[in-house]
Design a protein around this ligand. Sequence first.
Ligand code: SF4
Ligand code: SF4
Length: 600
Amino acid sequence: MKKLISIIMPAYNVENYIQQAIDSVINQNYENYELIIINDGSTDNTLKIINKNIKLYPNIKLINQQNQGLSAARKSGLTIAEGEYIYLMDSDDILEPNALNVMGEKIKTKKDCYVFNARFKNELDNDWGRSMDKKLVISNNYSEISNGTDLLNRMIDNREWRYAVWLYLTKKEVIKNNDITFFKNYFHEDSAYNYQLLNNSNVIEFCDNIIYNYRLRPNSLMSNDLTSKNVSSYLNSFKIIYNTNKKISNPNKYKFEIRIIDQILEVLIELSYEELKDSYEYVKKLQEIIKNRNYYSNIEIKNIFETDTFTFEFLESKIRRKRRKQVEDNLSYLEIHLADHCNLNCKGCCHFSPISEKKELSADSLEKDLSKLSELISGKLDRMVLLGGEPLLNKELLQILKICREYFRNTDIQLLTNGLLLLNESLDFWNVCRENNIQINITKYPVGIDYDKIINCIKENNIKYFVYDNGNIDDKKFDKYCFDLSKLQNADNNFYEKCVMAKDCAYLEDGKIYPCQLASNIKHFNKYFGLNIEQSENDYIDIHSCSFEQDIYEFLSHPIEFCKYCDFSKMQKFDWDFSKKEINEWLVTNEKKLELTNKN
Ligand code: SF4
Ligand code: SF4
């Protein structure tokens, strides 16, 4: 005899949980159901447990298939389901004891879809499956709503669109007649499925009964939601929602597209550079689809996606800027100058080395700063770059390298040099680099030296190294900064939108951290040219008066006073050359204004 409710339960390697899930179904005081379990190529004892249960309970059916993923398993279950109503559940969760009775009563009214409530439960709780006071999945009551699209709109307005499949009991006809389907092999298929389901359910009932317990596991998809693999999944969800929107007249339909785009952006922000690169093709497809959508109310999306030239570099810079607005929970990069002066004399050097006095960082002062910083941030720093000027000019270099490693044991420490002095370095230097796992980064300049020989020397000494700009020196360009001496630039706009250094190039000097080295090193420029581009106490955070690491992260997430001087609209590129120490190597500025400032 045909059953009224088909429960579809995919199972993959759940030997520790599935018996509990099956028990929660077969122990119900309700008979008019079938339980379809799809063993999705489990490699543990899951199949054995299912088979044992099949012998005991005639209501259970089994589909045994090769591993194809959750969506494909649900799809297989749907193909053999005989029930008038379909209920989808996971094989590591449990039904409430009276769940099927509640469903059985409700479906007497023959609505398209019934929406129930559920609880999240942490698997580490001792009382798993019994305690009654755990967090509800849906907080609001929607019992006055009788249409799927309206329910979706209200849930979105309340910021609680819940698309977990186990909240919904649906008439099979609605799924079949509207071609609502699961899409193979991607996560977050539930949102796309639910979007179609609700938009095609004309008569719906929200029932505030709790029928299900969702087990929060440390590695389950829901409790580990943002991963680098998710971008393509979200893209698939987006495509389904986009295509569904073509067919429906829901006035809020673009909200859902934007919601998915928001989720994609959230994932992108979390990705490393390499992961972002891997995701680029997916995001590009998304960009092609939505380029002509007018999401004008959302400036952020407009800025990122509504452009004609969508390159990886463009995406990366936009994501980097978006990331800047977040307060981080660690320090990813820190720059330290070991010498202000340099043995090369580059025109417009952005560290002002050609016009700096000779000054080397002392090992004692660095140790004082690094011990405090390490204590503050518990040694958590992804990358430390030691540069200058030319860092190899520092006479205490070896001691400094050891100190850096002593206080930052797991940090990627890199020594950035023009390489000119490397061939003359002592055996001690190479030993210290090797023993302390210091990487050497080289910037090449067109000054006629044998870089191949230098790089061979690094290799022979078995030291990690990196060469910037793919080692290209034929067409070397520098950036010319422009300061607006009247300090009228928009600091927010500079910091969040235009600057490539803000936050990503934190700089430590004399116990103070700046968001970029410019705000500190402008003193060399001021001194040499007799100017007064002011530095303020708001331009840095003093780590010695700091008690919490969050204060540093918070400080680095906002523009500083000095950002009002940076005029990116006038920034220029120029060919590398030797410096003549003239002011126009660094400035593109109105000479009259400069004269006036000089007199003042
Ligand atoms: S090598 Fe680097 S630090 Fe030295 S002058 Fe050139 S740009 Fe400045
Ligand atoms: S002062 Fe602000 S805008 Fe200027 S380079 Fe530094 S962080 Fe960027």
